[in-house]
Design a protein around this ligand. Structure first.
Ligand code: UDX
Length: 433
């Protein structure tokens, strides 16, 4: 068993810390935010992530997991994971200032032979940047990218499709591999630049699959085909696979938008014009426009002064994350066209998030209703933006009763269109009539 220090208690850091404690290591997780550390030590899980609260409590109770403010604890660890944010800079590049600040702080205090691991999504070449900032020839720097999906991060950590380790030093790579005790997965040991590229390329490819499905959905609408059957028929081809071919309002979240732009920037800096990936991003921006246009059409050509109900605000279901949410991008467009949008989301309370919550600014100007029916009261049109399962099982007679106009735009192809049409609704999905 090893001693691990995880710097950063965001969703990657927290999941990494709790899962390493779960497999038996002694883990200390740090953050600059003292209030967050106090809440974590009290067993309070600050993010909605299936299974994470149980692992937190298990780790705290067993004494294998603790949280401390500041980064001094790195001095006691054999392994130090850097899990700090890499936000998008103004030019699309990833901003490394948090990683550099953490590395500068721990450089002088690390014990000889410590392995420092980049887990944040970092531009190709960042392993070298960390090495330089640490300034320690007796410390190893390794890249070990994460492939965690929000909502299933714990499951993804403990049941990965693969573990990728990028290191110049084989013995450091083997030491990092040994942390994944009892976790069976193909292990890829490579150089740091390749490991960093794997992470970007994997996310960009998944975004490409979704944009491809959304583009084919547009073709389906034009030729009268059904995207549901088309992706089913494509997905059975094992070379294609059925995952990440679900059409929708466009992709979003904390990773795909930021990482795809960063990869375009990395390529550009290296002298390659990644036109394909630029196209993938353009298709995604167009998808927001296409969905907003469907709502305008449903409302009879204009939403000026029209009340529109929106179901779903988060970037996908089973998370409370609003960062780069396609739902918000579409609502913004509707509001810019003059609509009054009243939304409902199972993860957001009536009236929105409390003041001081980081997400408050994102909800500026959007009314948040207490339940899906209240959002629909007096609305001319309803748009479904996030695929929360509970939306399928609502009482659509009641929805019909409270709405002023019976019009539904289903950007997730979630609802039973026949059942809606039987009730007199007009229905527009994505890539199907
Ligand atoms: C993603 C990657 O999956 C993960 O491996 C990486 O480490 C972080 O980024 P996450 O951001 O949690 O994870 O979201 P994901 O489940 O991948 O969905 C991303 C976006 O694509 C969401 O907006 C989702 O609604 C959309 N999506 C996904 C589709 O529109 N269609 C699909 O078929 C799949």
């Amino acid at each position: 068993m090893s001693t691990v220090c995880v710097i950063g208690s965001g969703y990657v850091g927290l999941t990494t810390a709790a899962c390493f404690a779960h497999v038996g290591h002694t883990v200390v997780c740090t953050d600059i935010d003292e209030a967050r550390i106090a809440r974590l030590n009290g067993g309070e899980c600050p993010i909605l992530e299936q299974g994470l609260d149980n692992l937190l409590r298990e780790g705290l109770a067993g004494g294998r997991l603790r949280f401390v403010a500041g980064n001094a604890a790195a001095a006691e660890a054999e392994f130090v994971y850097l899990c700090v944010p890499t936000p998008q800079g103004a030019d699309g590049s990833a901003d490394l200032s948090f990683i550099e600040a953490a590395a500068a702080e721990i450089g002088p205090i690390l014990a000889p032979d410590t392995v420092v691991i980049n887990k944040s999504t970092v531009p190709v070449g960042s392993t070298r940047v960390v090495e330089r900032v640490l300034g320690r020839s007796d410390v190893h720097v390794v890249s070990n990218p994460e492939f965690l999906r929000e909502g299933t991060a714990v499951h993804d950590f403990l049941n990965p499709d693969r573990i990728v380790i990028g290191a110049d030093d084989q013995s450091a790579a083997v030491r990092v591999a040994s942390l994944y005790l009892g976790i069976a997965a193909p292990l890829i040991v490579t150089d740091p630049a390749s490991a960093e590229t794997i992470k970007y390329a994997a996310n960009a490819f998944l975004a490409t699959k979704i944009s491809f499905a959304n583009a084919v959905a547009a073709v389906c609408e034009a030729v009268g085909a059904d995207i549901g059957d088309v992706v089913l028929g494509m997905g059975y081809d094992r070379r294609i696979g059925s995952e990440f071919l679900r059409p929708g309002p466009g992709w979003g979240g904390s990773c795909f938008p930021k990482d795809s732009r960063a990869l375009v920037h990395i390529a550009e800096t290296a002298g390659y014009d990644f036109g394909l990936l630029k196209g993938v991003i353009t298709v995604n921006d167009e998808q927001f426009e296409r969905v907003a246009a469907k709502v305008v059409d449903a409302a009879g050509g204009s939403v000026e002064g029209v009340k529109v109900a929106a179901w779903g605000l988060t970037f996908k279901a089973r998370t409370d994350d609003l960062r780069d949410s396609p739902a918000l991008a579409i609502i913004d467009r509707l509001r810019a066209a003059g609509a009054r949008v009243v939304a409902y989301d199972p993860s957001i309370e009536e009236g929105g998030v409390p003041a001081g919550d980081k997400r408050a600014a994102l909800l500026d100007g959007i009314e948040v209703a207490a339940d899906p029916y209240a959002a629909c009261e007096g609305a001319e049109a309803l748009v479904v933006l996030t695929e929360w399962d509970e939306f399928r099982w609502l009482d659509f007679d009641k929805v019909a009763e409270v709405m002023a106009g019976k019009r539904v735009v289903d950007a997730r192809n979630l609802l039973d269109r026949e059942a809606l049409r039987r009730r007199g609704f007009s229905y527009a999905g994505v890539g199907r009539v």
